[in-house]
Design a protein. Structure first.
Length: 329
């Protein structure tokens, strides 16, 4: 058995190789079929137009060999990169903010300690690349600078694109456009979206909302890492990448779909909780096991389980939740 997965992550001691093998042998068939379809769609061109067909393809998963390219195109990162030639390197060569650089350096060894490619001994060592991307981004977006959680996201982007500049522009697409205000110092967007999830759970899974309220468990306690790290270190790598495929194309509502599916699927299990710590523990457990490992069926579920979820609904909820937070502030 391979102790290290294809992305460089060491598998935990209790890794269930048997069920993973069973899943992966089935999933490999799907991947092969998707790869052929994608190759036909791209026909050797480096472009893809947004369409219902492309959206359907993306929901069924982008093969790894096309992932970086498709993310770059559908997120708008490619256009931005082409319109700003040399910009990334100018950021790295420019004056540096010492405090920002210090904060990033502190987090270097904490980023994916379980990934062999991010170790100091690795060759090439991705810590250096990660450092560059984060320093450049902090100087590009001064309102955000650097905030914990960004290191994990940039790290994943580097693992997939294997390209420093592309990782920078994808990070910019996520933080600047796709995720509303998650990483600004006040993290208002993040706090808002956690409240929005609470409201959606009230509407769609009321028994769980009632349980949370009864025991005084705030949503931020159980889901903040889901939002900040976009499910990195929460769900298996393959599953996270499939979620990101859709996130780059369809935007932040995908995060709500995933969260609602996890909660809805395990509603009975969560409702067994009888106290505060018990609820928190259940929320940790629902992100493990075969349901989340089987990324292909999981992704089908996120588009059926939560029912309809329009951007209009989310934006309306965001408005009311943001106002409530600001009035409390």
């Amino acid at each position: 058995f391979c102790r290290v997965d294809p992305y460089g992550f060491e598998r935990p001691e209790d890794f269930d190789y048997a069920s993973y093998e069973a899943f992966f042998s089935r999933y490999l068939v799907v991947l092969t079929r998707r790869a052929i379809k994608w190759s036909k769609l791209l026909k050797g061109k480096n472009s893809v137009q947004k369409s219902l067909k492309v959206k359907r393809y993306i929901r069924k998963g982008i093969p790894n060999e096309h992932r970086a390219l498709v993310w770059m195109i559908v997120s708008g990162a490619q256009t931005n990169m082409e319109q700003n030639p040399g910009y990334y390197h100018r950021l790295l060569e420019g004056e540096k903010n010492d405090k920002l650089v210090e904060a990033i350096k502190t987090d270097m060894n904490r980023t994916f300690p379980d990934n062999v490619k991010f170790r100091k001994t690795a060759d090439p060592c991705l810590q250096h690349t990660l450092y560059n991307v984060l320093v450049a981004y902090g100087h590009h977006n001064k309102a955000v600078g650097y905030c914990q959680g960004m290191n994990f996201i940039a790290g994943y982007l580097i693992l997939i694109t294997k390209n420093e500049e592309e990782s920078f522009w994808l990070l910019d697409a996520l933080i600047g456009r796709i995720l509303p205000d998650y990483y600004s110092p006040a993290m208002l967007g993040l706090k808002t979206d956690q409240e929005v999830l609470g409201e959606l759970v009230k509407m769609k899974i009321p028994a769980v909302a009632e349980l949370m309220e009864r025991h005084g468990v705030m949503w931020t306690l159980v889901v903040s890492r889901w939002f900040i790290c976009l499910f990195i270190d929460i769900l298996p790598v393959e599953t996270v990448l499939r979620i990101w495929d859709c996130l780059f194309y369809e935007g932040s509502k995908i995060i709500f779909r995933v969260a609602l599916t996890l909660i809805k699927q395990h509603q009975a299990f969560i409702l067994e909780a009888t106290n505060f710590p018990d609820i928190c523990d259940k929320f940790k457990q629902i992100t493990k096991g075969t349901f989340v490992t089987e990324c292909h069926s999981f992704m089908q579920k996120i588009f059926s389980d939560p029912g309809s979820l329009s951007m209009a609904t989310i934006n309306k909820l965001r408005e009311t939740c943001r106002e409530k937070l600001l009035s409390q502030g």
